[in-house]
Design a protein around this ligand. Sequence first.
Ligand code: AMP
Ligand code: ZN
Ligand code: FE
Ligand code: FE
Length: 306
Amino acid sequence: MGAMEKTGKDVRAGAVCGAPRTGWDLHCHTVFSDGKASPAQMLGQARALPDLTGVAITDHDSTAGWPQAQQAARATGVPLVRGAEITSDWKNRTSVHLLAWLFDPSEPTLAGLFARTRAERVERTRRMVEAISHDYPITWEDVLAQAGTAGLTTIGRPHIADALVAAGVVRTRSEAFATIVSGSSKYYLPVRSPEVTEVIAAVKAAGGVIGIAHAASPTRNAVILTDDDIAFFASRGLDALEVWHRENTAEGRARLLRLADRLGLLVTGGSDWHGTDGKPNRLGENLTADDVVEQIEERGAIAIVR
Ligand code: AMP
Ligand code: ZN
Ligand code: FE
Ligand code: FE
C-alpha cells in the first residue's frame, strides 16, 4: 500500500496532496510546557471543531499534563491520545524533536530521561537569561513567572520570549523568536539532550509509538535529517514521520511520503498548537488519518482516553 493511500482519502481539488481533511491532531502543547492554554481549554476548543476526531497532548519532555487532560477528555467527550514531544540530539549536529504516544509514563528509563532533559532545560535557559539580562531588563524570576504551572512546567525559550514581551522589549513571542531568542542569536544555547537512538529505545521499552516531528522544517532543524538517517532510525524501531506540519516544505513532504512508503512508516500530521496567542498555528490545522491512529493504538501500551 502506498503512503498516499495510507494517509489520504481526500480527492477534493485544491487539497494539499494527500493531507487528511478529517482525523486527529497528534501534536499539541499546553501550559505544562510552553503552550498558553490549559488541557481543559485545549479539549474545549477541540470539541468545537467538527473535522477533529481527537487530539494528543504532547508537551515538551513531560507527562505532567496527562491527569488534567484525561479529566478534560472525559468531561468534553473528545478522545485523547496521551503523549509527549521529546528533545533529542543527532551526532551533535542537530536537535531532533520526537513525538511519542501511548507509552507507559512510569517506565523508569523514560521517566528518568524526561527528568534529565528538564533539568538541562532549566540550566540552559537560566544561562541564556543571565546573558540576555546584561542587555535587556529581565531576570530569571521574570522568566519563571511566565511558566504556567509552577514547578511542573517544562521551561524553554518561549518563557524568555514572554518575559521580554512583559518587559516591553518586544511586542510578541514571535518577534522575540525572530530576534533575541532565535537559534542564530548570540544568546542562543542548545539544550543538551539524549541521542535519537537512546530516546527511541526508551520509548520502545515503555511500550510507546514514536515518530519524528517536523523533520522537513528548515527553521526547526539546524541540519535536515537525510534519508539514510531516517532509514537507520526505522531500523531501531521508529514508527512514524510527521509529514503534515506547517513548517515542512512541499519538497520535504514529498520526500518524507516516499520514505514512509519505502520504510513502512506511519504518516502523521499535527498542528504544533501552542494556544491562541502562543504561536500562529491553529488547533487541527494539520491532521492524522483515523486509520493511522487505529494502528498507533494497536501498537501502544496504553489506551486512548474516550
Ligand atoms: P526551546 O525548546 O526552549 O529551544 O524553544 C523552542 C520551542 O519554542 C519550539 O519547540 C517551538 O515550538 C516553541 N515556540 C513557541 N512559540 C514560538 C514562536 N512564536 N516561534 C517559534 N517557536 C515557538
Ligand atoms: Zn513548544
Ligand atoms: Fe518541535
Ligand atoms: Fe511542538
